[in-house]
Design a protein around this ligand. Structure first.
Ligand code: NDP
Ligand code: GDR
Length: 368
């Protein structure tokens, strides 16, 4: 699905006049949870959206297929995809130069905390050095073109606070507890440094956990709601989890991408914590999700030590008063609504799986 770029920014109005130029956004990580919601938001706002996708042996565009329009349909296709990788500096520079974006959202990452202990070197290469490569490509682009107005967003994480107790705000010290979190700290400071050293409009969003029906299935919330759906429909009976006492400030991804956009619409670049300011344990999430469909989680959940991490982050709860005051942002979806939204979608998904199982096209035990 990746295409060549035609950098057509202006449109023609019905009476033949020149319409105002469309803003152009470049998103890394467009195929991820946040990338898909941000793309929808920017398309709604009239942007032309360019996404960098990485090569994989299977298609990895499931989350954006519903908004994809074939690039041969030049008048309608406002989302365009290009092959690149955060580990390949030349691809980043080439696409920034070709696309000439007004806004860059760096969402790409090896984003799984537990996996980062297994592949620390790669995680640092993508999350830390990858962000540096992108910033350097941007600096170079600005120097050669004079396009000083380009704005940059860095996807920072509450994991950077790690073991520092809540509530966590912009001035709370970082104490990362994983290779992922340490790499995000590096990316945070690279972003601050490029802002201070070169005057680039660069912002760090320090986002607390945000979830949705599009959340990757090996993050705990989606792992739970997928299991609730499959157990309710009769496709699964057990769910194996690790630490149930960890507490997280969980919001809805659709709300959080709005905060990213708002940061880049301000007069000055800055860093912002984005959070619901409410924290719940994994156990509370289980109670809510299983309870919603009339099940008792204790009948289905077993603890498996393999899901414990070498170092855990026990308690995250954000203080997002700066984002609320300066950006005018606040979350629209609360904890209970989020859990219900995810369970509802996963019940529907499990029903569709059941049809395939009953027709013999899929093994009931086959974990999707
Ligand atoms: P996902 O894991 O859903 O998406 C990550 C994206 O990065 C995918 O598009 C993935 O591509 C892409 N990617 C991975 N490695 C590379 C690479 N080497 N080069 C280019 N692209 C790559 O993450 P989320 O959407 O949940 O999160 C978005 C960003 O926000 C991430 O940086 C994450 O660390 C950060 N974050 C997320 C939070 C959350 O709660 N969701 C909270 C705080 C920060 P592919 O589809 O091919 O795998
Ligand atoms: P997190 O999310 O590490 O906070 O990172 P995750 O959902 O993976 O873990 C949350 C908590 O649940 C505990 N847990 C389990 N986690 C997983 N994945 N699988 C299990 O079986 C399980 N059992 C218990 C974990 O130990 C942890 O305490 C997410 C990612 O999106 C990051 O990219 C992002 O930066 C942070 O949120 C903010």
């Amino acid at each position: 699905m990746a295409s060549g770029t035609d950098n057509c920014q202006s449109a023609t109005t019905a009476n033949g006049g020149e319409a105002p130029k469309r803003k152009v956004a470049l998103i890394t990580g467009i195929t991820g949870q946040d990338g898909s919601y941000l793309t929808e938001l920017l398309l709604e706002k009239g942007y032309e959206v360019h996404g960098l996708i990485r090569r994989s042996s299977n298609f990895n565009t499931q989350r954006i297929n519903h908004i994809y329009i074939d690039p041969h349909n030049t008048h309608k296709a406002r989302m365009k995809l290009h092959y690149a990788d955060l580990t390949d500096a030349s691809s980043l520079r080439r696409w920034i130069d070709t696309i000439s974006p007004d806004e860059i959202y760096n969402l790409a990452a090896q984003s799984h905390v537990a996996v980062s202990f297994e592949i620390p070197d790669y995680t640092a290469d993508v999350v830390a050095t990858g962000s540096l490569r992108l910033l350097e490509a941007l600096r170079s682009h600005i120097t050669t073109t004079g396009r000083t107005h380009v704005k940059y967003y860095q996807a920072g994480s509450s994991e950077m606070f790690g073991s520092t107790p809540p509530p966590q705000a912009e001035d709370t010290p970082f104490h990362p507890r994983s290779p992922y979190a340490a790499s995000k700290c590096a990316a945070h400071w690279y972003t601050v440094n490029y802002r201070e050293a070169y005057g680039i409009f660069a912002c760090n969003g320090i986002l607390f956990n945000h979830e949705s029906p599009r959340r990757g299935e090996n993050f705990v919330t989606r792992k739970i709601t997928r299991a609730v759906g499959r157990i309710k429909i009769g496709l699964q009976s057990k769910l194996f989890l690790g630490n149930l006492q960890a507490s997280r400030d969980w919001g809805f991804a659709g709300d959080y991408v709005e905060a990213m956009w708002l940061m880049l619409q301000q007069e000055k670049p800055d860093d912002y914590v984005v959070a619901t300011e409410e924290s719940h344990t994994v156990e509370e999430f289980l109670e809510k999700a299983f309870g919603y469909v009339g099940l008792n989680w204790k009948d289905h959940v077993e603890i498996d030590k393999r899901y414990f991490r070498p170092a855990e982050v026990d308690n995250l709860k954000g203080d997002s008063s700066k984002a609320r005051k300066v950006l005018g942002w606040k979350p629209k979806v609360g904890f209970e609504q989020l859990v219900k939204m995810m369970v509802d979608e996963d019940i529907e998904l499990a029903k569709r799986e059941k049809v395939l199982v009953d027709a013999g096209y899929m093994d009931a035990q086959q974990q999707p």
